[in-house]
Design a protein around this ligand. Structure first.
Ligand SMILES: [Zn+2]
Length: 65
């Protein structure tokens, strides 16, 4: 199995880190587009779901809140 699962509020690592030097992003919105927020600087970006699945490396932390 090579399925990458992700849920709202997960902290994920991307293949490419943010220019601020942090590579931990929180998923703050799920839909056709995924919105993630950089844990280092608070910058948020919106990525189409299929692109997000390609760019995400792994889930670092599941908060389950
Ligand atoms: Zn950042």
């Amino acid at each position: 199995m090579n399925v990458k699962e992700f849920m709202l509020n997960d902290i994920v690592e991307m293949k490419k880190q943010h220019p601020c030097g942090t590579n931990a992003w929180k998923i703050i919105r799920m839909g056709a587009d995924i919105r993630i927020k950089c844990e280092g600087c608070g910058h948020s970006v919106m990525i189409p779901r299929n692109q997000f699945a390609k760019k995400m490396k792994k889930v670092l932390l599941r908060t389950d809140s």
